[in-house]
Design a protein around this ligand. Structure first.
Ligand SMILES: [Mg+2]
Length: 318
């Protein structure tokens, strides 16, 4: 049985008792995979919505090409910061935020309660994702239901055209280049010690496509008894916060939070892990000072730049 305990190393930022680990839930993007350079793409897509609203044909091929050309070219302070701070939320929530900002600025006209809209914008900044109890007007809700998934699909197409497709092709040849340092060894170490690894992502998962292709392309086999047991994701139309995905998975597997290791780089998975009593590991570069401070505040136990860290390896014992 694999155990993890606090050795007093500097990488431990919030104390934890000794836990037996039988399951591990891993985020993918930024945590194990570097294929998706998503922040500049999301930033330009959201910035463009706030600036220009949404035309009837905003998801046209022409607009897709325009956004691919604009991605990463200029700084956009509000949306750049939003992308950093909202990492780990469902992409649908991130899209919804920009549409609500455009409504707030009058770039999208819709019958709505402006105060409620502004309040929800603030709450998304704080990591909240579900706003069912707000009693918003039907026209506003209908508009969000129609536009948000369309914007999400546009964003994925821009992402594919900007970096994902060429990085995936390269990753199949040079997987090491697109894996976070020590990721494969760490996954194998867990698997070899009887831990069942699950990938949990805010992206849409369809077998053989999208994120599935990326995980397999990086060299992690998916299936019963494999390095990764399964990969659980979101859908195009229904917001599935990490907290909800992990709760469902935990219930389905019938396991206690204290026997789970949660590994991620976004606020959502770390907060969900901390709330279910798991030991949490944040994978964040040394330079990501603000995110490191945020994760510590959210209750993460361990922060490492990558999995080659010797102090990190020493936390585990058999
Ligand atoms: Mg991530």
């Amino acid at each position: 049985m694999l155990k993890i305990k606090n050795t007093g190393a500097k990488i431990v930022v919030n104390d934890f008792a000794e836990h037996e680990i039988t399951y591990a839930f891993h985020d993918i993007d930024g945590t194990h995979s570097l294929i998706r350079e998503w922040p500049p793409v999301m930033s330009i897509c959201l910035f463009d919505v706030i600036q220009n609203g949404l035309s009837d044909d905003f998801d046209s091929e022409e607009n897709e090409k325009r956004l691919i050309n604009l991605a990463g070219k200029e700084p956009h302070p509000e949306t750049d910061r939003f992308c950093v701070e909202s990492a780990g939320l469902s992409a649908l929530t991130q899209m919804e935020w920009a549409i609500r900002r455009a409504v707030e600025d009058g770039k999208i006209s819709v019958d709505c309660d402006k105060e409620k809209n502004s309040e929800i914008i603030k709450r998304i900044w704080n990591g909240e994702e579900q706003f069912d109890g707000f009693g918003e007007k039907k026209e506003m809700l209908d508009m969000l239901t129609e536009k948000t998934p369309r914007l999400f699909k546009l964003y994925e197409k821009v992402l594919n055209g900007y970096c994902r497709d060429k990085n995936l092709a390269d990753a199949i040849k040079n997987p090491d280049k697109y894996r976070v340092g020590g990721s494969m060894e760490f996954m194998k170490f867990l698997h070899g010690n009887g831990v069942k690894n699950y990938f949990v992502t805010g992206a849409v998962v369809e077998k053989g496509m999208g994120m599935w292709e990326e995980v397999v392309g990086l060299g992690y086999p998916i299936g019963k008894g494999e390095i990764a047991e399964d990969i659980i994701g979101s859908t195009w139309t229904e917001k599935l916060p990490k907290e909800v995905i992990m709760k469902h998975l935990r219930e389905k597997l019938g396991i206690d939070g204290k026997n789970i290791l949660v590994v991620g780089d976004g606020r959502a998975e770390i907060l969900a892990g901390a709330e279910m009593g798991a030991v949490t590991v944040s994978r964040l570069p040394e330079s990501a000072k603000e995110q490191r401070a945020l994760h510590k505040k959210l209750g993460t136990n361990i922060i490492v730049e990558d999995y080659n860290n010797e102090e990190f390896k020493k936390l585990f014992s058999k």
